[in-house]
Write a protein that binds this ligand. Structure first.
Ligand code: SF4
Length: 454
């Protein structure tokens, strides 16, 4: 059965509750403890977790009154407005698969559904949690936000917001960042942990940079003392921290796996291209340190690593440099046994915000050939049976990005706004960060200059 048919099989089962029912609203959650916010997936905007609710019950980190009222709407067959992303896809017709359909299929178990049917509005312990303990981070990637990076926050404090652009001004006066040591949300997390960890199947720690946060290390110690053999632990790390922290991570994770204290461990790291352009996008990144950390991780563990390649305007002209590195790492770290799984994994989602980083503001005629040549490079190195090469799925996923760029047509006003923002943004970015856009991206130099006169 293909993926689509497998997912569609669950639609009538979920419809028994209601045609707008989404298990993610009950069993998936992302919690940002530094700001005290949560959402059930990336589409609805995060909402505030009231302090008085966690004072009564720490599970309100996920089961906020607001989320419970959205669950009630779903039970009644209504469509909470925060989930418009899914409603828009579903409005296209029955042939279209939304994230709601996908998540319903992946989260479903008889037991989970049965419990919701019996008591739909009761607090639940979710199956999947993504948690951020703080915003401390040594990087300030341009498209990130001060909420998620203390270095970015400091830049805005020192220089003010980017008030020369329409998109991504990065004001910091409308939210509060709690320090990890004196954060009531972190306190509530540790109160909730003994209970929620009993049935949790995936915990993903995100940032800021998790390896710079005390709570991450405390969690690894907790797992050592109270094993959770059914738990898969994931960490999103920028891998640009001091090598001593990677040594420490490797030692702890190897020990947890050796004694069966966790079921599995996965690391995810972001990298959008390679060389000077990569360091330009992710301010703070030193590729020498990063590659040494990668080597430590891959030689001292048996584990895989996944690169999250957020395809953006600065990736378009030089993506091949990263593809070449991926082949090099596959050759070096996969070993000779072709029957083992792939250790060097990557995914290529595309970025939509902020607009100045969106590849669709580029003139298509001039820049589509770059995309085609990256696709050709994957095709020329495609061999589904050889782990040192690319596989079909990776090709198909990148093909989707190419097709998306080919077909996404923005209005002239939107393109104008994006290009104006690009010029004003990177001019200020270079001034603040001591970088040079035109030197780093020679293939974008004329485009940049043109953006200055729109
Ligand atoms: S309905 Fe869609 S947007 Fe809403 S929680 Fe489910 S997957 Fe996310």
């Amino acid at each position: 059965m293909d993926d689509k048919s497998r997912i569609q099989k669950f639609i009538p089962i979920m419809n028994e509750i209601s045609p707008t029912f989404c298990l993610a609203k009950w069993h998936h959650t992302t919690i940002y403890l530094q700001t005290g916010e949560t959402h059930s997936c990336y589409h609805p905007t995060p909402h505030k977790i009231p302090l008085d609710e966690i004072a009564i019950d720490p599970s309100a980190l996920h089961n906020t009154k607001e989320k419970i009222s959205q669950r009630a709407e779903m039970i009644a067959g209504e469509k909470p407005s925060g989930c418009n992303y899914c409603w828009n896809i579903e409005a296209l017709g029955e042939d279209y698969i939304s994230d709601r359909h996908e998540r319903n299929a992946s989260i479903f178990t008889e037991q989970r559904l049965g419990a919701i049917k019996t008591n739909p509005l009761a607090h639940v312990n979710p199956q999947y949690i993504e948690v951020s303990f703080g915003n401390e981070c040594n990087f300030k990637c341009g498209y990130c936000h001060p909420k998620h990076s203390s270095s970015y926050y400091k830049e805005i404090k020192d220089h003010g917001p980017y008030d020369m652009v329409e998109n991504h001004r990065n004001d910091i006066d409308w939210f509060q960042i709690y320090e990890e040591e004196i954060n009531p949300y972190v306190e509530a997390w540790w109160q909730w942990w003994p209970e929620v960890s009993k049935t949790l199947t995936i915990l993903r720690i995100t940032g800021g940079e998790p390896l710079l946060q005390k709570s991450t290390w405390r969690l690894l110690d907790e797992l050592d003392n109270n094993p959770k053999p059914n738990l898969e632990l994931n960490i999103n790390s920028n891998f640009g921290v001091k090598p001593i922290l990677i040594d420490r991570l490797v030692e702890k994770v190897n020990a947890l796996l050796a004694k069966g204290a966790i079921k599995d461990f996965k690391i995810f790291t972001s990298m959008d291209t390679w060389g000077a352009p990569a360091e330009y996008i992710r301010t703070g990144l030193d590729l020498t340190v990063w590659e040494r950390n990668l080597d430590t991780y891959l030689t001292k563990t048996q584990l895989p690593i996944t690169f999250m390649i957020t395809f953006n305007i600065l990736t378009v002209t030089n993506f091949q440099s990263l593809l070449e590195k991926i082949l090099e790492w596959r050759e070096k770290y996969n070993g000779f046994d072709q029957n083992k799984w792939q250790r060097i994994r990557f995914d290529t989602p595309y970025l939509k915000e902020p607009l100045q980083y969106d590849m669709n503001i580029l003139p298509k005629a001039e820049f589509m050939p770059y995309m085609q040549s990256h696709l050709d490079f994957i095709l020329a190195n495609l061999d589904d049976k050889n782990r040192s090469k690319f596989n079909d799925l990776e090709y198909v996923k990148f093909l989707r990005v190419v097709k998306y760029m080919e077909s996404a047509i923005y209005t002239p006003e939107k393109i104008k706004e994006g290009r104006r923002d690009l010029f004003n943004w990177f001019k200020e970015y270079d001034r603040r960060r001591g970088t040079d856009f035109k030197d780093t991206f020679p293939a974008l130099k004329n485009f940049y200059n043109d953006c200055g006169i729109v």
